[in-house]
Ligand binder design. Structure first.
Ligand code: PMP
Length: 399
């Protein structure tokens, strides 16, 4: 049984050759939302999804502590058995209110929210149309279900329409799935055009706002809010593990019938519910996110500072300014791994993304920015990249 994992193990061993294994970095000690000890060195965290920097906010910590003391460390059961606490129900109501919709369901992670919904919403006679760059949890959810899976080219409405047309000719009902901000390149769905197509062909539309909740829209509701199309989106999926600084996931819908789906979803039924402290944290951060116009302003200011700094150095970046800022490198894996390691030696931790995890045949050093980063920390990140390109360590501009 283990033989088939040898190639993977050898790849990991080769990556770790010079010491640190890039896929098993240990955060030895946290100092704040943006600083930690890694490899015994004080390091700037420039590869988290802590967009609003709320993980150490006193209101969150207090809410979590209180829930821990009054409700215990875990629920020890699923939502459908002994794990459905009043706080889970209250959070569902708060999420429905936040989005101004009738229905919400809370899951144990965002991954499970996608597994749960995509495994059952579209049935054997239906089709799911996926943007090719959708997250693994969306693909995995589809694999658990019985619907026909059709991919369209990333952010390409023409490619989507061609497929919608063909499916309409066969009388197949369709669910379109896209994301708000894409987690690797930081780009956004052309949501207005997709909504036009959804209406034209009578499809349903689901959007995963994992990386855009708290980041886009006047009230932080995400890309659908920013694009002014919330009334035309059927399902919004999200996570508590990014802007909300906790763990868990959710789906909200303007369809009251979402409630009928709850008892059909195995990743909802057969897993323990989120712990009281995770729920309490999320309820506290949801309020901070909702009232977080200043945090969002700071986040975007920081994103512009980092993007500009790296662009001035000549690096090839993602197509738009976003809190996800990938440095795109066409060099060999070994060169990029070495580059990543040197950044860490200089006290900057970013995400190393190698094919096939990156959307193309290139490697990424995925930087992500938080409202909690200081201007000096961002300058340090840029300086770390500058010192490496000055050394001629990589050919920075890759075209
Ligand atoms: N959807 C997207 C687009 C994501 O990027 C992620 C996490 N990286 C998830 C869903 C899963 O979220 P969670 O961490 O809550 O499982």
């Amino acid at each position: 049984m283990f033989a088939k994992f040898e190639t993977l193990a050898n790849m990991r061993a080769a990556m770790a050759e010079n010491g640190l294994d890039p896929v098993s970095v240990v955060i030895e000690r946290m100092h704040s939302a943006t600083m930690a000890d890694i490899n015994g060195r004080r390091t700037i965290l420039a590869g988290t999804n802590n967009y609003l920097g709320l993980t150490f906010h006193p209101q969150c910590l207090q809410a979590a502590q209180q829930a821990l003391m009054t409700e215990g460390s875990g629920t020890t059961g699923s939502r459908m058995a002994n794990g459905n606490y009043a706080a889970h129900m209250a959070l569902e109501q708060e999420l429905a209110d936040f989005y101004g919709v009738s229905s919400a369901i809370v899951f144990s992670t965002g991954y499970q929210a996608n597994l749960a919904l995509l495994s059952v919403l579209a049935g054997a006679e239906d089709a799911v149309l996926l943007d090719a760059d959708c997250h693994a949890s969306i693909y995995d959810g589809c694999k658990l279900g019985n619907a026909e899976i059709v991919r369209f080219r990333h952010n390409d409405p023409a490619s989507l329409e061609k497929r919608l047309q063909r499916l309409a000719e066969r009388g197949v009902k369709t669910l379109i799935v896209t994301e708000g901000i894409y987690s690797m390149l930081g780009d956004r769905s052309p949501l207005k055009e997709i909504v036009e197509l959804k209406k034209k062909y009578g499809a349903y539309l689901m959007i995963d706002e994992a990386h855009s909740m708290g980041v886009l829209g006047e009230n932080g509701r995400g890309l659908a809010e920013e694009a002014g199309v919330e009334d035309d989106v059927d399902f919004i999926v999200g996570t508590f593990s990014k802007s909300l600084g906790s763990i868990g996931g959710f789906c909200v819908s303007r369809w009251p019938e979402l409630e009928n789906v709850r008892a059909a979803m195995r990743p909802y039924i057969f897993t323990a519910s989120p712990s009281p402290s995770a729920i309490a944290t999320t309820r506290a951060t949801l309020k901070l996110l909702r009232d977080g116009a200043e945090l969002r302003e700071q986040l975007w200011k920081n994103a512009h500072q980092l993007y500009q700094g790296l662009e001035d150095l000549g690096y090839n970046l993602g197509p738009v300014v976003s809190p996800v800022i990938p440095v795109i490198l066409q060099e060999s894996r070994q060169v990029v791994i070495e580059f990543w390691r040197k950044l860490l030696d200089r006290g900057v931790y970013v995400n190393l993304v190698l094919p096939p995890a990156s959307p193309g045949d290139y490697c990424l050093l995925r930087c992500s920015i938080s409202a909690a980063h200081s201007s000096a920390q961002i300058a340090d990140m840029v300086n770390a990249f500058a010192s490496l390109s000055n050394q001629g360590f990589v050919q920075a501009r890759t075209g």
